[in-house]
Design a protein around this ligand. Structure first.
Ligand SMILES: NC(=O)c1ccc[n+]([C@@H]2O[C@H](COP(=O)([O-])OP(=O)(O)OC[C@H]3O[C@@H](n4cnc5c(N)ncnc54)[C@H](O)[C@@H]3O)[C@@H](O)[C@H]2O)c1
Length: 243
């Protein structure tokens, strides 16, 4: 394997949701840091140089197990999982259909379990798993399904950290605030403006700023950090009245 001299030199990293937004930015950053990236998304994404792109539905156990097997066969090991695949189907709880609830829980929460379980079984001891929660796990109007799914991810990361610690596998979660991606393109301007006014740093975040934290969790730079969820929200959750 070729190496490039970054903090993920020679590591094999599976990145889900890699066709868009935060996942795509992280796939690129991991490759820049020397990783061989296995990029997963519903349609096979373009993988960074030296990587592999595979079509995979994270809500489908057989699809995920097949993708993980292909990654292992191609690169011989798996060191890192960065799991970003996710969806929103927003509605006030009073109007939310059971289908909207089920779809979001299935992809965001059950998908996180399916992917983490399948990868952990094949992962090298000492590996790192990075899941994706959201600031919405604290609660967000119109997102009962999404908030509950992302709260579940926090608990999942904590439990996996306990269970996988004996293999020196670390498990952490990212909790981004408002990040500029196709997922948030649909947010109306008045909602966006209100959100920005509540962010101490005065702007929404960029996918690369989440990729930077994912790189920290994935690499040995965070070698004594496990079971944590980090809010990456420009300070929005700090201070009474801003949460
Ligand atoms: N953008 C934000 O403000 C924000 C904030 C907090 C958390 N997040 C979380 O970050 C993650 C990435 O979000 P993003 O903003 O980059 O969104 P995005 O819509 O740009 O990218 C999500 C990707 O996930 C893929 N995906 C969806 N369902 C899938 C499935 N079943 N199987 C495989 N792939 C699937 C999509 O095809 C897409 O490429 C998500 O988990 C999201 O909930 C985003």
């Amino acid at each position: 394997m070729t190496t490039k001299g970054g903090c993920l030199d020679g590591r094999v990293a599976i990145v889900t949701g890699a066709a868009s937004g935060i996942g795509r930015a992280t796939a690129r950053r991991f490759a820049d840091e020397g990783a061989h990236v296995v990029a997963l998304d519903l349609k096979a994404p373009e993988a960074p140089a030296g990587g592999l792109g595979i079509a995979c539905d994270v809500a489908d156990q057989a699809s995920v197990e097949s993708a993980v097997a292909q990654a292992k066969e191609r690169f011989g090991k798996i060191d890192v999982l960065a799991h970003f695949a996710g969806i929103t189907k927003d509605a006030l709880a009073s109007k939310m259909t059971l289908q909207q609830w089920d779809d979001v829980i299935r992809v965001n929460l059950t998908g996180s379990f399916i992917v983490a379980q399948a990868v952990a079984r094949e992962m090298e001891d000492g590996g790192s798993i990075v899941l994706t929660s959201s600031r919405s796990w604290l609660g967000n109007i119109g997102q009962a399904n999404y908030s509950a799914s992302k709260g579940g991810v926090v608990s999942l990361a904590r439990t996996l950290a306990l269970e996988l610690g004996k293999r020196r596998i670390r498990v952490n979660a990212l909790a981004p605030g408002f990040i500029e991606t196709p997922m948030t393109d649909v947010v109306p301007d008045r909602v966006r403006d209100k959100a920005v006014s509540a962010i101490p740093l005065g702007r929404i975040g960029q996918p690369e700023e989440i990729a930077a934290v994912a790189t920290f969790f994935a690499s040995d730079e965070s070698s004594y950090v496990s079971g944590q969820t980090l809010l990456i929200d420009g300070g929005r959750s700090v201070g009474v009245g801003l949460v």
